[in-house]
Design a protein around this ligand. Structure first.
Ligand SMILES: [Zn+2]
Ligand SMILES: [Zn+2]
Length: 211
């Protein structure tokens, strides 16, 4: 059987534009659709793989046995502080019952809500990446163009030392949540290639998959 890293390496840019979306939020964080709604939208659209990656929580998986579906990759999006930036790290293919991973999850609903509410993260990327690995997953830097880092290259290089496996490369840079972009799409792709990182993609969906 393929491991999660091999599976992620199979998806290319064209898949992320059509049938794979590995960055989706639900009502278990600040998204508008329930996990069941997301799953049925994905089935209607005949998507190959999706990942529900709520902020700092795996509750969607714990409450919805229907997510044990072959098209779903169990995931999470953690906040952490690093080099003066609030960064987001995605974990893919995780065991959602792993205790160490759960210990880093939000303790209150507020810890899963809108970005502005979650500015004070207690997590360090080393803890987050280690916990994702212990839960059998791979750690991916989310929407890298958003970080107010003097050098994205240095930020990524230091995260790789802590075990980072991949970078979210394929997403809608310009439309991505109206957040200011500090780095270009080209630069992100170049850095991912330079360090041979797994390249993932997703829309950071907070609404419906059906447009
Ligand atoms: Zn994010
Ligand atoms: Zn997100």
């Amino acid at each position: 059987m393929k491991n999660i890293k091999e599976l992620l390496q199979e998806f290319k840019e064209k898949d992320y534009k059509s049938c794979v979306n590995l960055h989706i939020h639900t009502t278990f964080s600040d998204g508008k659709s329930t996990p069941e709604e997301i799953l049925s939208q994905a089935k209607e659209l005949k998507m190959k793989k999706i990942a529900i990656s709520d902020h700092n929580t795996v509750e969607a998986y714990l409450h919805n046995p229907t997510l044990k579906d072959e098209i779903v990759i169990p995931a999470i999006e953690f906040d952490c502080w690093f080099m003066g930036c609030l960064i987001h790290i995605l974990g893919y293919g995780i065991d959602v019952n792993n205790q160490e991973l759960k210990s880093l999850c939000a303790k209150t609903k507020a810890g899963t809500e809108a970005d502005i509410v979650r500015l004070f993260s207690f997590r360090h990327p080393k803890q987050v990446i280690t916990a994702i690995h212990k839960a059998g997953g791979v750690a991916v830097l989310a929407h890298p163009a958003c970080y107010w880092a003097f050098s994205l290259n240095t930020l990524v290089k230091r995260l790789i030392k802590l075990g980072l496996d991949g970078m979210e490369v394929f997403y809608e840079y310009r439309r991505h949540r109206k957040i200011i972009k500090f780095h270009s799409e080209k630069k992100v792709a170049r850095i991912a290639k330079k360090y041979n990182l797994v390249c993932t993609g997703g829309t950071d969906e907070h609404g419906s998959l059906k447009k």
